[in-house]
Write a protein that binds this ligand. Structure first.
Ligand code: NDP
Ligand code: 2IT
Length: 448
């Protein structure tokens, strides 16, 4: 509930300026609600007007992406980039290629990214982009032509000191390679810091593919230890999704002693009570881009079901939603709570509805919000930028140790801020407030 009159007014303006954008309004509302306890102790954030500037993107770019499919027919998609906030560094955030991409989705992701990037403690602003292009069923050549056309417009808006895109849903190493190649051809510069998530032979960083999933588990480990004297050991875990984030979350949770028993994709979920065999998932999802239901062909003890939202009916101690926004609603939350879940952390961006989050918090379930819990990916992207600037490559262990330190720092700054604001243990408030203070102070110091 938004009770503060000033914040109600700010939210009213956001609603008026962004009609028909439910995801962006959801993300903005959650942050404004978290700022309520902060305004009670720091009224200068109201007096300066910084919150009104904070909810308005610096720039929103939309463009046509024409490309030819394998049959020689012209196809048209729409591309986007929101450059939301550059107060603490160049805009930074991924690109999403998925048919559901639209201004609302791009803006909610860009808005969340500002606070997430601030929490990493590294000098990166917030941005996000993508297109309503569906990579599913497209040949490599079609994906390449699409990426080249997309970059033919995007290149003029990005650069190592301006805006640094990376991957997200539907954009992985293959797409970043094609995008970077086109950027290099058009600009004539070998400017490795202009994109992250690159291949190792052209400026990529070790640990970047693993970083979001590993970072998520490092965050959960801190949260379990710091708030409940618990650990992953012998816990049962359910992870939605089976893409980049989900796969490496499964790998790390298993390494930390947990048993992951269910995963899903957009066409269904699998339940393997003996523990997911990740090499089988990697072969199906990463090597072949297949359907997760094929897992049961190779592991007869597992079962598959076509309804992916039923994954939350599987009893677990820890739930890690790692697929997409609003995938975990109130009904699923009630089932998880009834089944005794002790911790939930968001690997995906905004996977829990506002109602779901509230139920978890009220039930005393440890809850790691996305902008804190999944910040490991962008953190290692920023470490990739550091290596590019130094013209050096750090070892796997060096990057992994830095990632662990960053995730520990994010947990403690979020936990500390939750206490300062009189909401001890509410990491939604804590992460929003800790992320906001740094960006807001930078905006005020620079005259916005
Ligand atoms: P991928 O494209 O690698 O994988 C996405 C996974 O989610 C796939 O298993 C996909 O299923 C599933 N999925 C996508 N849309 C839906 C849907 N509408 N319903 C059900 N399942 C769906 O993406 P990532 O793993 O990179 O991203 C997953 C989430 O994590 C996103 O919210 C992203 O924003 C967030 N994230 C990603 C980071 C990164 O570095 N990549 C960093 C931080 C957050 P299918 O295979 O059937 O399409
Ligand atoms: O949501 C995210 O943080 C990402 N998709 C990663 C962004 C990045 O720049 O690495």
């Amino acid at each position: 509930m938004l009770e503060n009159k000033y914040l109600q007014k700010v939210y009213g303006t956001v609603v008026k300026r962004n009609p028909g954008e439910p995801e962006f309004l959801q993300a903005a509302r959650e942050v404004l609600e978290s700022l309520e306890p902060l305004l009670a102790i720091r009224p200068e954030y109201e007096q300066s007007g910084v919150i009104e500037a904070f909810v308005e993107p610096e720039r929103f770019i939309s463009f046509r992406v024409p490309w030819y499919d394998d049959s020689g027919r012209l196809q048209i998609n729409r591309g986007y980039r929101v450059q939301f906030n550059s107060a603490i560094g160049p805009y930074k955030g991924g690109l999403r290629f998925h048919p559901t991409v639209c201004p609302s989705v791009i803006k909610f992701l860009g808005f969340e990214q500002i606070l997430k990037n601030s929490l990493t403690s590294l000098p990166i602003g917030g941005g996000k982009g993508g297109a309503d292009f569906d990579p599913k069923g497209k040949s490599d050549a079609e994906v390449m032509r699409f990426c080249q056309s997309f970059m033919t417009e995007l290149y003029r808006h990005i650069g190592q000191f301006t805006d640094v895109p990376a991957g997200d849903i539907g954009v992985g190493g293959r797409e970043i390679g094609y995008l970077f190649g086109q950027y290099r051809r058009i600009t004539g510069r070998s400017e490795s810091g202009a994109l992250t998530g690159k291949g190792l032979s052209f400026g990529g960083s070790l640990v970047r593919p693993e970083a979001t999933g590993y970072g998520l588990c490092y965050f959960v480990q801190e949260m379990l230890h710091g708030m409940k004297q618990e650990s992953f050991k012998d816990k049962t875990v359910v992870i939605s999704g089976s893409g980049n984030v989900a796969i490496y979350a499964c790998e790390k949770a298993t390494a930390l002693g947990a048993r992951v028993v269910a995963m899903c994709d957009s066409a269904g979920f699998i339940h393997d009570p003996e523990g997911i065999k990740l090499d089988v998932i990697k072969e199906i999802k990463l090597d072949r881009r297949g359907r997760i239901s094929e897992y049961t062909d190779q592991v007869p003890s597992a079962q598959s079901s076509p309804c992916n939202s039923d994954i939350w009916n599987v009893k677990c101690d820890i739930a890690l939603p790692c697929a997409t926004q609003n995938e975990l609603d109130e009904k699923a939350t009630e089932t998880l709570v009834k089944n005794g879940v002790i911790a939930v952390a968001e690997g995906a961006n905004m996977p829990c509805t506002l109602g779901a989050t509230e139920i978890f918090l009220k039930a005393g379930v440890l809850f790691g919000p996305a902008k804190a819990a999944n910040a490991g990916g962008v953190a290692v992207s920023a470490l990739e930028m550091s290596q590019n600037a130094q013209r050096l490559s750090w070892s796997f262990d060096e990057v992994d140790a830095k990632l662990l330190g960053i995730m520990r720092g994010i947990f403690s700054s979020s936990y500390d801020a939750s206490k300062t604001c009189g909401r001890p243990g509410n990491l939604v408030v804590g992460a929003n407030v800790a992320g906001f203070i740094k960006v807001a102070d930078a905006m005020i110091s620079q005259g916005f």
